[in-house]
Design a protein. Structure first.
Length: 307
């Protein structure tokens, strides 16, 4: 499991490390090379330029607030005209963002603070500040562990991610899935209840909700052995076959569950208002689009429907 060093709660790099002046000689080191570690803004300005001083103040405030996700490098174009000349800078203030050693974005003029903040937010999306926990990486680790079948370990890692970001939708959905897979449906529902209404249509959230609904549906059915006997006694008992598929899915037997529903579709597509196909689509949503059972099931369903 991931072990996270939460440090001493430092607020981030000192301002002196985030904001500096550069020269023609140090431009490559300060901007090009540094931008391979995190985005760097180059602020072209001059002493006589009033809007430049206004913008620089806004830039410095925004960069400090980003706590190391981005750095600001200032260049006086009167003292160092070569670089702005090579870059085609014809008016100031001008700000160019470098990412991975290349210019990536920019703007001209003394734009308002809200626009500067939005610019930096776009530029640093997905960038982790020094000392900051990368919740996305923790969630990815949990997903990999869950895919290997270790539900308990995955749940612990998802919970760890939520300690750092209690609103992370992927972590909430992942933890709920762990509970659902292990049969703890009440805990799964309680976890999903923490998802805001605006995020209810997130694919991962919908998939877990579907899995919970299917599991609760299966609880009202009889034992698999009894359902199998009913189907064997009367292969045209589509309701018994439908119930058997639902019960098999609850046991994790996806291939057999798919087989039973496909059999209904083959025998009577219109049964129960296309109920077998609809249930199969529910299965696919709960399993996930990349699951082997989903891929194979979709392929076989298409063959039946379009043959």
């Amino acid at each position: 499991m991931t072990i996270i060093d939460q440090g001493n709660g430092a607020a981030g790099p000192a301002a002196a490390d985030l904001i500096k002046d550069t020269t023609t000689q140090t431009f490559v080191k300060d901007v090009i090379e540094e931008s391979k570690r995190q985005p760097v803004l180059i602020d072209f300005w001059a002493e006589w330029c009033g809007p430049c001083k206004q913008l620089t103040s806004v830039l410095e405030k925004a960069v400090k607030a980003a706590k190391g996700k981005v750095k600001l490098v200032k260049m006086n174009i009167d003292h160092h005209p070569a670089i702005p000349g090579q870059m085609g800078i014809q008016s100031i203030p001008a700000v160019i963002a470098f990412v991975n050693g290349q210019p990536a974005d920019g703007f001209m003029g003394a734009v308002p603070e809200s626009q500067v903040n939005a610019f930096i937010e776009r530029l640093t999306k997905g960038v982790t500040a020094p000392g900051e926990v990368n919740v996305s990486e923790i969630v990815q680790e949990a997903e990999a562990v869950l895919a290997e079948g270790d539900t308990a370990a995955a749940a612990q890692i998802y919970a760890e991610a939520l300690q750092h970001d209690s609103t992370n939708i992927a972590a909430l959905a992942g933890l709920a899935k762990c509970y659902a897979v292990s049969g703890a449906l009440e805990q799964a529902k309680q976890t999903l209840a923490m998802v805001p209404d605006s995020k209810r249509n997130d694919p991962a959230v919908k998939a877990v909700q579907t899995a919970i609904d299917l599991a609760e549906q299966a609880k009202s059915l009889g034992p698999v052995a009894e359902l199998e006997q009913k189907v064997a006694a009367n292969p045209l008992d589509h309701q018994a076959r439908f119930d058997l598929a639902t019960a098999l899915n609850a046991q994790g037997n996806r291939a057999a569950a798919t087989e039973q529903l496909l059999e209904i579709v083959k025998r009577d597509r219109k049964w129960n208002d296309d109920g077998a196909r609809k249930q199969l689509v529910q299965f696919f949503e709960a399993w996930g689009g990349t699951d082997d059972a989903t891929v194979e099931g979709r392929k076989r369903l298409s063959t039946i429907l379009f043959s």
